[in-house]
Design a protein around this ligand. Structure first.
Ligand code: F6R
Length: 603
């Protein structure tokens, strides 16, 4: 949830650390801090607020040195306060640590350290690490051994970096189930919770695995196993992303930039090697059952794919929210579990995959973030190649995931002989045209959608209605609106409304209807019935539809023709734009909604 970075080099590190912090702010932004070591002293500056604010307030620019660590926080243990911000220090101030994740057994460790005389100044689990390192170091006089011993004792999911005033040329870092990547630069070496932290300085990376620590100096790094202390060989990869891709590229917000990047993301998804798609279709074909898992937006991607697998391939592949997966679903060697994750770091999805693995299931993941934990834990991975997604709201990653899943469903259909070739070809052609359709929505609709947002922006209750394929899109569009505007918004199946929720509808409710194209006759008719029911109760009816002759809505967005099964995808794009313009209207921060973080790496 939080973002860690660190640099050791020959030049002053403060400016670069600041930029790393800004690049990682998407992971957490309630407070931040930096520790720089110079002349045998560690100077720590930290406070609550956004990185740029704290940089000014705490005069980070005064810090100077060639080695430092930094952190942007998303509070888990302890409120967002200055005292709880990272870095945390040992009693003597000669050790500073930053940490991401949760040290599960921090309370007994803290009790033990307090009993040994350590004074704590925060409510965080992280501070335990600073004192534990100090405690170990005082006992053995060897900092590396202290790090190893600390890792042996800490339970939970964590990644950390530690500075010791006695070690002016190296910092230490380690991980267990939280991301940490080493960047190998020309005149400096880096660490980051994500490659985007340091991508403007280097594209050469080495990945730390679970239960490993690294000693990083300006001339190199050494990775060791925390249990044995044995050096671990590690290849250096070069990542394809560039710094520019990770920046805003002229858009006012990452959210808008990423919405506009969708045609490219879709193209990339279509260009993923056919063999990879076939391999997943083979796994699914051989398994007795495949579960599709994800959280939030990726759960809705899974839900839409569930319809596609049924419709295109005749395969029931239930979509299950990762957090409930172990509670609900039995798995064995005959089961496949296909996870979907932008970050590849979502705790609930990783845990669900680990549960599946323990029971012998075959695990697959569709992931966007390079080098993330999921890419290395599953049996088979498909990289989406959608490029960095920095806005907290997932947009391009989702439509790209749906494209990949549709390709897999079509491939599985071939193995099962589920659809006639002509129908398969029609859907494949529809998929190929999708980028152009999304591009035309992005070219033509935003002004229109913005004006609608201005007219309906005063509504405080929103419903999004869809049936069949359009239901997951309605759920996702409602999620987009609520997470970025904080307005209560529900996605609902059209057919469910009359079983209770319709009592909510009155003149104060905005009802967005995701209509199927008219050629999907039965579905069109049943959705239309839902519209009539809600219209008669006074709801402000907003239609996202494909019929230029339609006149039943108070407000409408008419989309270009698209294959009927793929119609939810341009509707999702409209939902994203509506949420964006509503956020602008209501003066919300589109990239960093309150209380959210980009990757949810905690339970
Ligand atoms: C919503 C959103 C979240 C994520 C969810 C899973 O806009 O971004 O609902 O989709 O937390 O995250 P990943 O895809 O990183 O596993």
């Amino acid at each position: 949830m939080c973002g860690i970075s660190g640099i050791v080099g020959s030049a002053d590190v403060t400016k670069r650390l600041y930029s790393c912090m800004l690049n990682l702010e998407y992971r957490g932004y309630d407070s931040c801090g930096m520790a720089v070591l110079a002349d045998g002293q560690i100077d720590v500056r930290k406070n609550i607020g956004r990185v740029a604010e704290v940089f000014e307030k705490e005069r980070f620019a005064e810090l100077s040195g060639t080695i430092g660590i930094a952190h942007s926080r998303w509070a888990t243990h302890g409120n967002p306060t200055k005292a709880n911000s990272h870095p945390h220090t040992s009693c003597d101030g000669r050790i500073a640590v930053v940490h991401n994740g949760i040290i599960g057994n921090y309370q007994p460790l803290k009790d033990e350290l307090i009993a040994a005389g350590h004074k704590f100044t925060s409510e965080t689990d992280t501070e335990v690490l600073a004192h534990l390192l100090e405690h170990n170091y005082k006992a053995c006089g060897n900092f590396e051994r202290s790090v190893r011993e600390a890792m042996e004792r800490m339970e939970g999911t964590y990644a950390f970096a530690a500075l010791s005033a006695d070690h002016p040329d190296t910092f230490f870092c380690g991980r267990n189930r939280s991301p940490l990547i080493i960047g190998i630069g020309k005149d400096a070496n880096f660490i980051g919770s994500d490659i985007v932290a340091f991508i403007e300085y280097t594209k050469k990376v080495a990945y730390l695995n679970d239960n490993e620590y690294a000693i990083v100096s300006k001339d190199g790094f050494e990775i060791k196993n925390a249990s044995t202390g044995k050096p671990q060989a590690r290849a250096i990869d070069t990542v394809a992303w560039d710094a520019e891709q990770a920046k805003k590229g002229g858009y006012p917000h990452f959210l808008l930039k990423e919405i506009y990047e969708q045609p490219n993301a879709l193209r990339e998804a279509l260009e993923i090697d056919e063999k990879k798609i076939e391999a997943v279709a083979d796994i699914m074909n051989e398994a007795d059952r495949t579960y599709l898992i994800g959280c939030g937006t990726t759960f809705y991607a899974a839900l839409l794919a569930q319809y596609y697998f049924k419709e295109f391939a005749g395969v029931y592949a239930p979509a299950v929210s990762s957090d409930e997966f172990p509670n609900l679903c039995g798995v064995d060697e005959r089961t496949a579990v296909l996870a979907i994750s932008q970050s590849g770091e979502t705790f609930d999805t990783l845990e669900a995959l680990r549960y599946a693995k323990r029971h012998g299931a075959k695990t697959i993941a569709i992931v966007n973030a390079l080098g993330s934990s999921m890419t290395r834990e599953v049996d088979f991975v498909i990289m989406q190649g959608a490029g960095p997604e920095k806005s907290v709201l997932s947009t391009k990653a989702m439509t790209s995931q749906i494209t990949v899943l549709t390709r897999i469903a079509l491939e599985l259909s071939k193995r099962r002989g589920a659809l006639p070739k002509t129908e398969l070809n029609e859907i494949s052609d529809g998929l190929l045209e999708l980028g152009t359709i999304v591009r035309s929505v992005l070219d033509e609709q935003p002004g229109f959608i913005r004006r609608i947002a201005n007219r309906v922006g005063h509504f405080n209750k929103w419903l999004y209605i869809g049936r069949s394929y359009h239901l997951p899109a309605a759920l996702e569009a409602a999620l987009k609106l609520k997470e970025v505007t904080y307005i209560p918004a529900e996605g609902m199946a059209g057919g469910f409304m009359k079983h209770g929720p319709i009592s909510l509808v009155d003149e104060e409710m905005a009802v967005v209807v995701l209509m199927p194209p008219p050629e999907n006759e039965a579905l069109h008719r049943s959705t239309f019935n839902s519209v009539s029911e809600m219209r008669s109760r006074g709801g402000k009816m907003i239609g996202i539809h494909f019929d230029p002759w339609e006149s039943v809505f108070d407000e409408q967005i008419v989309l270009p023709k698209v294959h009927k099964a793929l119609a939810p995808i341009p509707q999702l794009v409209v939902g994203q734009l509506l949420a964006y313009f509503m956020a602008i209207l209501l003066k919300r921060d589109p990239d960093n909604p309150r209380g959210l973080a980009k990757s949810v790496t905690v339970e």
